[in-house]
Design a protein around this ligand. Structure first.
Ligand code: ZN
Length: 187
């Protein structure tokens, strides 16, 4: 089932999410719905609080991206923590399903080491680079209540101000079910 995505200006996206303690049918259903919602919205990553759920949980499928990269299976990350960041930063254009039709370049560490649980509560520690690293950093930020616009350079943030104001006022309508900054469904 496709579920509505919350605007980045809604307070739910500013709060750190709670850890998932056990995998029950509700969590499995949520993961299924999150994948369906992400594909419907043409996204490559989605955090649970973006669909209004206070859970430390992310789904990612970078194969939906048009960028060149080696193919990776879709993944579900429960309670992910980035344990290490490489010293060098790289620039990459990011978008966010909670900020419709807004894209901007952001600097972030190139390579990360991330620890997470899968749907069997099995722990994984993996190193990620390229697009996968980028999406993981963006989504883990969501779980910590951080929006990527906070990571823009000061000049880019200034330049983006009027665009973001329009989005905040609900003047940019996405092609997928969406809940605006005041909690009203837009579609
Ligand atoms: Zn996002």
């Amino acid at each position: 089932m496709v579920i509505p995505i919350y605007s980045c200006f809604h307070p739910i996206l500013r709060k750190k999410t709670s850890a998932v303690i056990k995998i029950d049918d509700d969590i499995k259903k949520l993961v299924e719905n999150m994948f369906e919602t992400m594909y419907k919205a043409d996204g490559i990553g989605l955090a649970a609080n973006q669909v209004g759920q206070d859970k430390s949980l992310i789904v990612i499928d970078i194969n939906a991206s048009k960028d060149k990269h080696k193919s990776e299976p879709p993944i579900t990350l429960i309670n992910p923590v980035i344990e290490q960041f490489s010293d060098n930063d790289v620039e990459y254009e990011e978008g966010c399903l909670s900020i419709p039709k807004f894209y901007e370049k952001v600097m972030r560490p190139e390579i990360i080491q991330i620890k997470y649980l899968d749907l069997d509560m099995k722990e994984h520690v993996v190193e990620a680079g390229n697009l996968l690293s980028r999406v993981m950093q963006h989504e883990v930020d969501h779980l910590n209540g951080i929006i990527f616009t906070e990571r823009l350079s000061p000049i880019n943030r200034t330049l983006a101000k009027s665009k973001l104001r329009k989005i905040q006022k609900g003047q940019v309508i996405p092609d997928y079910p969406y809940i605006d900054s005041n909690g009203n469904p837009l579609k």
